[in-house]
Structures are given as structure tokens and as C-alpha cells.
Design a protein around this ligand. Structure first.
Ligand code: SAM
Length: 293
């Protein structure tokens, strides 16, 4: 159960799709001054070195953030517009790095922390015995540390206890590794419970697109649950290549419940640029679907 370490995947194309989407969700939810509670149910270590350690073994950043950084610099030189989404995302990554290189990649806890206003709160769950220590250490270095709670607990059983947040304004990221097949089932249960307790919350679920029955059926199962609660949803996917039989992750998706009305336009602008920047073959493409109540 504890074989997954996110450092192997930090800065991958899947992280880019996820984190670019999250940046817009937070920015929209902060348009109102009321306190926002952000819950990250699967936090990981918080921030990752791309210059040593696990990331240099897997080299997933080569096809992700390094490629996007090069692409954005080339665009800048040609004076071509990157578009709001990719620009916001690159600014967020660059802010965590001292020079012009991407030496470190912030995970969702550091991205969220960097966006907190004084009235906002961030709640992080992490179960891995090594990751939790690294996460606690990393969070303690942040100037926003006092606004952040870290729980060494199983978020699938604990999430409902935090809902609804006191201000009734909340964003929940659910980002399991899905190494354990049970995660697919836990996700359905936790979403049923969450929507019963806090139907108006904004939920962002990341999922891998892999040839596994549970994975293929996940978006449709989510749509069924969300529609039965009469809530709106948005589904987006990014595929960077299409090589049948290849074991590395070639595509991933985000399923957003109660998406801001601005999200579809934001992604419609960013996704073609991501396909151009990160696409490895002619199979590279994106998906953007939504349903409004
Ligand atoms: N959200 C992170 C990001 O975007 O940077 C990446 C998280 S990684 C995909 C998933 C993490 O969830 C792993 O570090 C794993 O140890 C942790 N995890 C797995 N099951 C969990 C559970 N039931 N509750 C809390 N954390 C869990």
C-alpha cells in the first residue's frame, strides 16, 4: 500500500493538468472575501526537487514541466501569447524557484499554500509514514504554516467530519494514487457522503486514464452520482501520446463538481496550448465536457 511516492511523478503532464485547473478554482473562489477552506485529501510531500532524488529516476518532468518551461520561453521570445491559464500556472511554478530553471516542483499543498489569503485555511491529509514527516517539515517552513493543518489520517474516512466547513465555502481536492484498486470504490463512497453533507462545495477529482476497468468507468460513475444530487460537473482530460501497450501514463483527467462558470472558457484556452507544448505524437488531444443544472 505504501509503495507510491509522488516524487517519482512530480512535474509530469498529469500534475500540470491538475495544478493548472486548481489555480483557477482557487482564484474564482477567492473572488468573494469570505474565508475559503481548502481540503487536500491526498497531499504527498508538498514540494519536490527535480534535480536529485526520485524525480531524476523517473524523469517524468522531462515530458512535463521542463517541456512546458521551454515552450513558454520560446513563445515569450517570439512575443506569442501563452494564454491566461498556462501563464498563471508558469508564474506559480516560477515563484517557487529562485533562478530561471525549474529546480523544484510544488505539489498541491504548496500551490494551495501560495494562494492562501489571511482568512483562508488549508487542511492536508497524508497517510504514508515517510511522506507525512517530509510534508510536516516542508509545511513548517512556510510563512502560511499557521493557516495549515496536517493530518496523518485516512482521508477517505475523515473527510466527512470536516464538511461543511464553517464558512460554507470550500474546495476539496481528491487525488489518490489509485495503486490500490479499492481507491476507486472509496472515491464513490466518499463523494456520496460529501455531497450529502456539503452539496454546494467545489470538488476536484484527479484520475488516471489507463486500460483498467475501474479507471475506464470512473467518469461515468462520477457523473451518475453527481447528477443524482442535481449538481453540475465538468470533465477535462489531457492525452500527450497514444502508444498502445505502453506502461507509462499517457493521459489523465480532472472531474470537477460544482465548477465555476468561468472554468470551461479558461480550460478551452489552455488545453490546446498544453497539447501543443506537451504532445508527443499525433494522438495528443484534450477532452472538455460539462453539464449544468
Ligand atoms: N496531491 C498531490 C499533488 O498534487 O502534489 C499528490 C498526491 S499523490 C497522487 C497521493 C498521496 O496520497 C500519496 O502520497 C499517498 O501516500 C497518499 N495517500 C494514499 N492513501 C491515502 C489516504 N487514504 N488518506 C490520505 N493520504 C493517502
Amino acid at each position: 500500500m505504501f509503495s507510491y511516492r509522488h516524487a517519482f511523478h512530480a512535474g509530469s503532464h498529469a500534475d500540470i493538468l491538475k495544478h493548472l485547473t486548481l489555480i483557477h478554482l482557487v482564484s474564482y473562489l477567492q473572488e468573494k472575501p469570505g474565508a475559503l477552506t481548502i481540503i487536500d485529501t491526498h497531499a504527498g510531500a508538498g514540494i519536490y526537487s527535480l534535480k536529485d532524488g526520485f524525480a531524476t529516476v523517473s524523469k517524468e518532468a522531462d515530458g512535463g514541466i521542463f517541456r512546458l518551461k521551454q515552450f513558454s520561453q520560446d513563445y515569450e521570445k517570439l512575443d506569442k501569447p501563452l494564454g491566461e491559464g498556462v501563464k498563471d500556472f508558469m508564474e506559480c511554478i516560477d515563484a517557487q524557484n529562485l533562478g530561471n530553471e525549474v529546480d523544484v516542483y510544488p505539489g498541491s499543498p504548496f500551490i494551495f499554500a501560495s494562494l492562501l489569503r489571511p482568512q483562508d485555511r488549508l487542511k492536508l491529509f497524508e497517510l504514508h509514514p515517510k511522506e507525512i514527516d517530509i510534508l510536516r517539515h516542508n509545511v513548517s517552513q512556510l510563512k502560511q504554516a499557521k493557516q495549515i493543518d496536517v493530518y496523518a489520517q485516512d482521508s477517505f474516512s475523515r473527510l466527512k467530519g470536516l464538511l461543511p466547513p464553517p464558512s460554507r465555502r470550500g474546495l476539496v481536492l481528491i487525488d489518490p494514487s489509485y495503486e490500490d484498486k479499492q481507491d476507486y470504490r472509496y472515491l464513490e463512497t466518499v463523494m456520496e457522503e460529501a455531497l450529502q453533507r456539503f452539496a454546494t462545495g467545489c470538488y476536484a477529482i484527479w484520475y488516471p486514464i489507463i486500460p483498467r476497468r475501474e479507471s475506464v468507468g470512473l467518469p461515468d460513475r462520477m457523473k451518475k452520482i453527481v447528477t443524482s444530487h442535481q449538481r453540475a460537473w465538468l470533465q477535462t482530460e489531457l492525452r500527450v501520446e497514444n502508444v498502445p501497450g505502453e506502461r507509462r501514463l499517457q493521459a489523465s483527467g480532472m472531474f470537477i463538481i460544482n465548477p465555476p462558470w468561468t472554468l470551461k472558457k479558461y480550460l478551452a484556452q489552455a488545453l490546446p496550448i498544453l497539447v501543443k507544448a506537451l504532445g508527443q505524437d499525433s494522438g495528443a488531444q484534450f477532452v472538455l465536457n460539462s453539464f449544468e443544472t
